[in-house]
Write a protein that binds this ligand. Structure first.
Ligand SMILES: [Zn+2]
Length: 295
């Protein structure tokens, strides 16, 4: 599959290829194509960035995390070594797996799972080149990730995007909003700092599995402007795109209640919630609900 994107006003073709074959591959590729369209053109994070022109998927490892699909309670104990960090079920999200390398389990034994949220316009840039260190450095310089997908799903980190009706009909059924988060792996030696959340949530619990005090992970970026996922010595690799599609605004989900007890503003550059805060508040007051769409 190929998609056309503009980068620095030049049209470029991006190839999306699949490392493994599944029965659902044509349907899933169709959905991903729309998803990559939603990401818009490639936005450079800084001038000298190098982009690959191919993204390799690994649909054999695609997974829906929900009570009716793949689910576990507490920290996963499946015999795989993810170091000293627990791995909780990212309920409500679907993983589109990316191909990283052969013998993945051998090479990344002991690397822990964590998440990085971003805006749609940066998605392809990150997937095709890598992650840049944060510009705000609450806990020191580096790349900010978290072991909590609930924390990362806040619109401060992960943009909420309304799905245009033309896309909705063809692929996302009753889906109205979409968010995505990058599933990453880091070696524990590259975690410089594990620190408190930065959204002023002291009066509430963000993730019942993980203390607010340990939600921000600062990863060593090895003084690079971009940590390229394809670099064999990269401190972070990206293993999947986590996608959540909902039939109403995800701010109405029970797992988003903490947004209103911490920080949520109307400045789109800060909180990319895709909706006016007062409109969202009215939906809550009028007891509107939100369902996650899994297929
Ligand atoms: Zn804000």
């Amino acid at each position: 599959m190929e998609i056309s994107k503009r980068f620095d006003s030049i049209a470029r073709k991006i190839k999306i290829v699949s490392y493994s074959i599944t029965d659902k591959l044509p349907e899933e590729m169709g959905k991903l194509k729309i998803f990559f369209m939603l990401m818009g053109d490639i936005k450079s994070l800084h001038g000298k960035q190098k982009f690959r022109d191919t993204l390799t998927l690994h649909p054999q490892w695609n997974c829906i995390y929900s009570i009716d699909h793949t689910y576990w309670d507490g920290s996963l104990n499946d015999g795989r070594d993810r170091s000293n960090q627990p791995y909780y079920c990212p309920v409500g999200w679907k993983r589109y797996s990316l191909y990283v390398t052969d013998k993945f389990d051998e090479k990344f034994k002991g690397w822990c799972i964590c998440y990085h949220g971003t805006k749609f316009s940066y998605g392809l840039s990150i997937l095709l080149s890598g992650l840049a260190p944060a510009t705000t450095k609450a806990h020191g310089s580096g790349i900010y990730l978290s072991s909590s997908i609930i924390y990362v799903s806040h619109p401060r980190f992960s943009e909420v995007k309304r799905i245009e009706s033309s896309y909705r009909e063809s692929f996302f059924k009753s889906g109205e909003y979409v968010q995505y988060i990058l599933e990453c792996r880091v070696h524990p030696d590259n975690i410089k700092n594990i620190a408190c959340e930065t959204l002023g949530a002291a009066s509430t619990t963000i993730d019942s599995n993980i203390s607010n005090d340990t939600l921000d992970w600062v990863i060593n970026h090895q003084n690079k402007q971009i940590v390229d996922f394809n670099d064999p010595d990269a401190s972070i690799i990206c293993t999947g795109i986590m996608v959540r599609i909902t039939d109403n605004h995800p701010g109405l989900l029970p797992e988003s209640e903490w947004w209103y007890k911490s920080h949520l503003c109307n400045n789109k550059i800060c909180c990319a919630s895709g909706i006016d805060r007062d409109v969202l508040k009215r939906l809550i007051d009028n007891k509107h609900t939100c369902n996650i769409i899994y297929d």
